[in-house]
Design a protein around this ligand. Structure first.
Ligand code: PHE
Length: 373
């Protein structure tokens, strides 16, 4: 610490409360009657107070703490403030020197406070930003997105194929009248062919008058009764039978019905349409066949079979030329109109296409199975 020359560092000190006794190398230079404040000591005290204030600042790392000690560092009751109140104990020259030193020290401490405040605020801000940071590149595990069930996919695929062939899509209710499900389809009550369908009756209206539809064929009746020919439509939907579930049967299953009514329609149109459909759905490598069969509502009738990859044949549904009685039941003249119809089990279609060997797999809802399709 550099010392001021003795002649200008001696000050007269009139004792005041809290002032400290003068001490130091120039004690001999003290003059006057009362105790004197020694300027170099005062300067030392100012420096110490400044250092102490700066040291305290360094320990503060919170903006609020800083605000609360600011008064302690430069306020009236701070060390620097107290020193200021003691300036009066110095002579005029000493007062000027010490006053200047005090002002400078106070200015530096004030500047240090501002600097620290900026530092602490910047750090707090950086910490807050770090804590609130969103990593937009982070790969989150999302809930797995599902997809349409194989049966729904099949229906959509078939609808696409038939819409491409010029067909419309029609729908009917799952709870049907006996008339639509049987009688209008050339199966009057007591007709033995009714036993081909293990029917579930609904307790509604006359006993036996309401059924869970056993096939989608009743939608043919609804369409023919409500829209004039020519008709080119498919009718997808859910059907119900009192069947026991096994590898190729379910009591609730799906069908897609087809109906064409126009002038001069023959079995040739039916077989051409089915061939086209087989190619579109299964591809060229699959073999399909029409096998003579019997349905009350078509004459002639056939079963539609597809050959599985293992060589075995799987029956997919029936088809045939619409029976004249069915046309008559719907108010159409069989001399003017003719047509064909088909009905395929749409749960069995993907069975054959994907080589699934048990129909029940599709409905037990095992995700490991379903997600393959
Ligand atoms: N409805 C018949 C069945 O469920 C299939 C079929 C439809 C047959 C249309 C001929 C014509 O077995």
């Amino acid at each position: 610490m550099s010392r001021l020359p003795p002649q200008c560092c001696v000050s007269r000190w009139r004792a005041s409360a809290g002032a400290r006794e003068s001490e130091g190398p120039c004690e001999s230079a003290l003059v006057g009657s009362g105790p004197l404040l020694y300027l170099p000591l005062m300067i030392d005290e100012i420096k110490q107070a400044e250092h102490a204030a700066v040291a305290r600042l360094a320990a503060v790392d919170d903006v609020d703490d800083l605000a609360s000690i600011e008064n302690d560092l430069v306020g009236k009751r701070s060390e620097l403030g107290t020193l200021k109140s003691r300036l009066g104990g110095l002579d005029e020259e000493g007062r000027r020197a010490a006053g200047q030193a005090l002002n400078e020290a106070t200015r530096r401490v004030t500047a240090a406070i501002e600097e620290r405040r900026a530092e602490v605020a910047a750090r707090a801000r950086a910490e807050r930003i770090a804590a609130e940071r969103l990593d937009l590149t982070e790969v989150l595990t999302r809930p797995q997105r599902g997809h349409l069930h194989l049966v729904t996919q099949t229906h959509m695929h078939l609808e696409d194929v038939f819409v491409g062939l010029g067909f419309t899509v029609s729908e009917g209710p799952e709870v049907e009248t006996d008339w639509n499900n049987f009688t209008a389809l050339n199966m009057p009550p007591e007709h033995p062919a009714r036993s081909m369908w293990d029917t579930m009756f609904v307790d509604l209206g006359e006993p036996g008058s309401t059924v869970l539809r056993t096939h989608t064929s009743p939608v043919q009746i609804r369409v023919m009764q409500t829209q004039p020919p020519p008709i080119y439509t498919i009718m997808p939907g859910r059907v119900f039978r009192r069947d026991t579930a096994d590898a190729t049967h379910m009591p609730v299953f799906h069908q897609i019905e087809g109906l064409v009514i126009d002038r001069g329609i023959t079995f040739g149109d039916l077989s051409g349409t089915i061939e086209e459909f087989t190619r579109a759905y299964f591809g060229r490598d699959f073999n399909a066949r029409l096998r003579p069969s019997y349905f009350p509502f078509t004459e002639p009738s056939a079963e539609y079979d597809i050959q599985r990859p293992d060589g075995s044949w799987l029956e997919l549904g029936g088809c045939g030329v619409v029976h004249p009685n069915v046309l008559r039941n719907c108010g159409l003249d069989p001399e003017e109109w003719s047509g064909f119809a088909f009905g395929f089990g749409t749960d069995r279609l993907p069975l054959a296409r994907h080589g699934i060997d048990d129909l029940r797999e599709m409905f037990t809802n095992d995700i490991r199975f379903l997600e393959q399709f």
